[in-house]
Design a protein around this ligand. Structure first.
Ligand code: FAD
Length: 515
């Protein structure tokens, strides 16, 4: 038996530094000398630089690695994100009916012992005209008033409303690097890996860098981004494309400075549907980060940039756009021999629900948990890791596809093609068929494999005006008065929270001042 003594993370983007910090913290907590974590990053190969919106799991990750929230906010120029506001997704602008909805991060309210509110909302017991999100959670109402999710007196990464963050990806990697090196003992090497050599079993024996010569480890974590230099380039782990389901494969991005330093910051991501995709728009402390994610089968780069600039207006005049290529899909074997891919090297799902960094977090937890006791026996851990990651990817892909295939837009080929059953996975078709006669339930999901809990499916499903017909089973729902009372309680709690919670920009600025 050979004990694992050294891990080498190759790549210093969000994936590399998050993985290194989390691994170092986890192994050091048990025994400071048990496993050394090294990271090599290139000064010449840039990181992707997008990836600015996160998922609520990030709070647990940042708390776990011991990064102070104020230090993080200042260093990564971060702001708070409480969900996603979807504009023009339900139907095209200018047509009658609502064309937008909000996907909040807070779960629907449920009093202990009280009724689940969704069926009663479906049966019309909520206040007239209230959307599902408005009826069951106060978050949708509070973000409309620009409220932050917490008070400065709340503990780090805690607060009354569930939330994630927006940040500048390059600065985030820098904060993590400092924390990793100075606090967690990650050994950093600044060098470009030029080649990787295998041993006689086909495992990685060493990586060879231009500046520092050979670097060796027992386990190599490939965080080289879309290149996947180790896992794809050397270990030849194939990529399974899922572009047949999620068509978007390009993005054009622009960073837009605020005109005034006191510009209000929306406490959510704005996603605006377009003729061949959608635009993300997020507010950081001093600028917006925006990008048009589109399908190259349905438009071209020139037209995409034109549509994107129309969206941004004069604010983006004279600012150069960055064009990015990607593909939704993953390597079914993220982990092969002594090489495991984390981040874009392993796969990517188009960024509609900001799952990229969350998949990095997930991959890292799993890796930490599965770190092999015996380096000669990685196969079992690898098999389990790969099964878990495939299941996660496939479920995320179903969830994202649901946004597209439920849209009533038929105003361009992109939206028409998205409703073609051939592009909708059978697993998603089955779910949607079941939910025509009953709403999604917790037991429809295997929670350890899901990134999105049942509430997220419900928010998106009913935000997109999906119809679940409960009339045939109306007699089963006998707690209407209790449900009505609970709907009223939520509105009352929201009115209280409106006074209690600070404005989003004021919260961010106060937290940063306290650093
Ligand atoms: P990168 O950022 O590309 O970093 C790669 C690193 O590897 C760099 O440090 C580079 O120097 C190093 N490297 C490469 N080759 C070598 C070598 N030979 N030797 C040494 N070092 C090397 N995710 C989200 O969670 N939310 C979002 O809103 C979001 N939006 C996105 C939008 C788009 C258009 C795209 C394409 C992705 C988005 N993502 C998003 C995904 C997110 O950007 C990535 O998951 C995240 O940035 C992690 O990237 P990475 O670290 O794997 O790769």
């Amino acid at each position: 038996m050979a004990q694992l003594k050294k891990v080498l993370v190759v790549g210093g983007g969000t994936a590399g530094w998050l993985a290194a910090c989390y691994l170092a913290k986890a192994v050091n907590a048990v025994d400071p000398n048990s496993v050394q974590v090294h990271l090599v990053e290139s000064a010449n190969i840039g990181l992707l630089g997008v990836g600015e919106a996160t998922f609520p799991s990030i709070r647990g990750t940042l708390a776990a690695i011991g990064l102070d929230e104020r230090r993080f906010l200042v260093g990564a120029t971060a702001t708070y994100k409480q969900g996603i506001h979807y504009r023009h997704w339900v139907r095209p602008p200018g047509t009658p009916g609502a064309d937008h909805f909000f996907h909040p991060f807070s779960m629907p309210s449920q009093r202990p012992g009280g009724p689940e509110l969704l069926p009663y909302w479906l049966l019309g017991a909520a206040p007239e005209g209230a959307t599902f999100a408005d009826a069951v959670s106060m978050q949708a109402r509070l973000v409309k008033h620009g409220k932050g999710p917490k008070r400065t007196k709340d503990a780090d990464y805690q607060g009354p409303l569930n939330h994630a963050f927006h940040f500048d990806a390059a600065y985030f990697a820098k904060v993590l690097a400092e924390h990793g090196e100075q606090v967690l003992g990650v050994k950093r090497h600044l060098a470009t890996v030029e080649r990787t050599e295998l041993d006689e079993q086909g495992a990685i024996a060493r990586v060879v860098t231009k500046e520092l010569g050979e670097l060796t480890a027992d386990l190599y974590v490939d965080c080289t981004g879309l290149r996947g230099s180790l896992i794809g380039g050397v270990m030849k782990s194939p990529f399974r494309s899922r572009r047949d389901v999620l068509f978007a494969d390009r993005a054009v991005a622009i960073q837009v400075p605020y005109k005034r330093p006191d510009t209000p910051i929306p406490p959510y991501t704005i996603s605006t549907a377009q003729e061949a995709g959608w635009v993300w728009d997020i507010g950081l402390q001093t600028r917006r980060g925006a990008g048009y994610v589109y399908s190259s089968r349905h438009t071209d780069a020139e037209r995409a940039e034109h549509v994107f600039r129309q969206y941004l207006g004069a604010a983006a005049d004279g600012i150069q756009a960055t064009h990015i290529k990607f593909e939704t899909g993953y390597r079914p074997e993220h982990w092969r021999k002594n090489c495991v891919a984390v981040g874009l090297a392993g796969g990517f799902v188009e960024p509609l629900e900001s799952t990229g960094i969350a998949l990095v977090e997930l991959g890292t937890y799993l890796l930490t948990h599965l770190l092999p006791g015996d380096t000669h026996d990685m196969e079992r851990a690898a098999r389990h890791y790969n099964e878990m990651m495939i299941a996660r990817y496939d479920r995320i892909i179903d969830f994202i596809k649901m946004h597209y295939c439920l849209s009533q837009r038929r105003d361009s080929q992109f939206w028409i093609d998205n409703t073609d059953p051939i592009s909708i996975p059978q697993t998603l078709q089955d779910k949607l068929a079941l939910w025509k006669l009953r709403p999604p339930h917790r037991l429809d999901f295997v929670s350890d494999l899901e990134m999105f809990m049942v509430s997220s499916w419900q928010y998106v499903l009913y935000g997109m005006e999906f119809r679940t017909d409960l009339e045939p089973t109306r007699h089963l729902y006998t707690r209407t008065e209790e449900a009505k009372q609970e709907f009223a309680n939520i509105q009352q709690a929201a009115s209280y929270a409106l006074n209690d919670l600070p404005d989003h920009r004021a919260l961010v600025e106060q937290m940063c001042r306290e650093h």
